[in-house]
Unconditional design. Structure first.
Length: 406
């Protein structure tokens, strides 16, 4: 059940020496506060046992009556919300009492998306989520607004009007009409991910009691799984053994190899400092951190190639383990490195992460469970994809061997 607790704020005081009375609303694990609009001195608040004792002063009797009305309003708001919503928070009850909540049938899509994105932005500021993920949510808002503007010539649209026809029209709009940087149409996987973003946004609004149900929950688009690009042992050694004539390429090479032997994604590499280097009781050196994308703990033993790279930049990058370069620049320089090393693959920073999963770990007999833990995967099924890719390559190598033995 919902509880109301009244208290005074002693850090505020009026000219009569009175303090404002506030109401704390508590429901399950959620709490919020609101002003009662009533005032009382600390002395009388304590003497009357928070206005619970029999009162004789008319002003205090009026204050108590006002607090009792608030208590009744809170319980009434709770009962009304119970009839409409599955998920209720203390803030929803407060908004119902103060009249700040619209009728659930009047909620706009913009309001739902903005509610989610504001909360997500706070998580980014606390480094619980990444700026890159926030940009995807902002991008999906822009895409949806563009669609509504083109189809209905409106800037706003009610959530209650979203039906299956609109959802599939929006899917087609993204695939065949949406333009970005001179390119028309968005790939299947990007479209499906945008709908996954919308599903997350509207799920959040449903849990907050803002909408009754998520209109995107039945979207059926599927991600087309592609084989992850990774380096073979020979290709990895070719990069390791190559010394470049420019400092920038040597630095990018070290950043890339660091990821190949730790699995850290670009955003995680940027945040690594000497504080993440931990030596256990047996003298083994570990990199310990939480992945920004999943917030999952990820502990990786420091392999010899990584030790060399860290040693090389001691005192050069401050507290950071290795220098930082923008991901865009890294991918640009990696194309040069691939060309100079005779590698015909599209080398990106994420190829390094895939190389860790396949060539460095699974290819050397590490268990899939341990690899999944080191990579910070939320599900071992994600890691199994790398194992399938590796099995295919093992098969190819065995076919070559079979032909030689013939």
């Amino acid at each position: 059940m919902v509880r109301t607790i009244f208290y005074i704020k002693t850090d505020k005081e009026n000219n009569d020496g009175e303090h404002p009375i506030y109401c704390k609303i508590r429901f399950k694990s959620t709490t919020t506060t609101m002003s009662s609009g009533k005032w009382i001195t600390r002395k009388r608040w304590q003497a009357t046992n928070h206005l619970r004792n029999p009162l004789k002063v008319k002003k205090e009797m009026a204050v108590k009556a006002g607090l009792e009305r608030i208590d009744e309003d809170v319980n009434s708001a709770y009962l009304k919300l119970c009839n409409k919503l599955e998920f209720i928070t203390a803030l929803d009850i407060k908004n119902k009492v103060t009249g700040k909540v619209k009728d659930i049938n009047e909620v706009l899509c913009n309001e739902v998306i903005d509610l989610h994105n504001r909360e997500f932005e706070r998580k980014v500021q606390r480094r619980e989520r990444t700026e890159a993920s926030l940009q995807k949510y902002k991008r999906v808002k822009t895409l949806f607004e563009n669609y509504i503007a083109k189809r209905f010539n409106k800037t706003q649209y009610f959530v209650k009007k979203i039906d299956n026809q609109l959802i599939y029209d929006f899917d087609a709009f993204l695939r065949y009409e949406s333009g970005f940087k001179g390119k028309i149409g968005i790939s299947n996987n990007a479209v499906v991910k945008y709908f996954q973003n919308l599903n997350t946004i509207f799920n959040y609004a449903q849990k907050r009691g803002m909408i009754e149900e998520n209109p995107f929950r039945f979207y059926e688009g599927k991600i087309v799984v592609k084989d992850a690009e990774f380096l073979t042992s020979d290709e990895l050694k070719a990069i390791e053994n190559k010394t470049f004539s420019t400092e920038r390429l040597n630095r990018v090479k070290d950043i890339f190899l660091f990821s190949c032997y730790t699995s850290y994604a670009p955003v995680d590499v940027e945040n690594l400092t000497t504080d993440n280097l931990i030596k256990d009781s047996e003298g083994t050196l570990w990199l310990k951190t939480n992945r920004q994308k999943t917030t999952i703990k990820s502990n990786v033993p420091v392999l010899p190639p990584v030790k060399k790279i860290i040693k090389r930049y001691e005192g050069v990058a401050g507290k950071r383990l290795i220098p930082t370069i923008s991901n865009q620049k890294i991918n640009e320089y990696l194309k040069e490195i691939a060309y100079l090393c005779g590698i015909k693959k599209n080398l990106t920073h994420y190829v390094a992460r895939h190389t860790f999963a396949t060539t460095v770990t699974l290819g050397n007999g590490l268990s899939i469970e341990n690899v999944s833990a080191m990579m910070g995967h939320t599900s071992i099924n994600t890691t199994r994809h790398y194992a399938k890719v590796l099995d295919r390559n093992v098969k190819k190598d065995m076919e070559k061997l079979s032909n030689k033995l013939k």
